[in-house]
Write a new protein. Structure first.
Length: 126
């Protein structure tokens, strides 16, 4: 099978890294998960919150609330990390690209960890 490369990319060895399709599919799957989870969690939380703070706290501490919030924050931060990665790779180069990718990855992981621990704290206390 013929490889489609420019003459310069043949010389310098540049070309597709082979990860673009996987990245694209994972981002689309996380977007679909968010499309389902955001309205579900929003309606459930607002229905509980109209009854007061205690009802919302009880909902977050329930199995349905905990699992849906964990799924939501996981999909949300994974989608955020992939989106920021695309922007950084498109607009930055060299050492700045590497630094920004590390900051975005660790930042998303740190925010995800804080969110998960907060949700689990409410679940185990309630």
């Amino acid at each position: 099978m013929a490889r489609l490369q420019t003459p310069r990319s043949k010389i310098s060895g540049l070309g597709s890294s082979g990860h673009g399709t996987h990245h694209y599919l994972v981002q689309r799957v996380s977007a679909l998960a968010l499309l389902v989870l955001v309205p579900f969690v929003l309606f459930q939380f607002l229905a509980a919150f109209t009854s007061g703070y205690d009802a919302a706290y009880i909902w977050v501490g329930s199995w349905v609330g905990t699992l849906s919030l964990l799924a939501l924050v996981t999909a949300m931060f994974w989608h955020l990390r992939l989106g920021v990665q695309v922007v950084v790779e498109d607009y930055f180069g060299g050492w700045l690209r590497m630094v920004l990718l590390l900051i975005s990855s660790f930042g998303c992981f740190g925010l995800w960890l804080i969110s998960v621990l907060s949700i689990l704290k409410v679940f185990f206390e309630g």
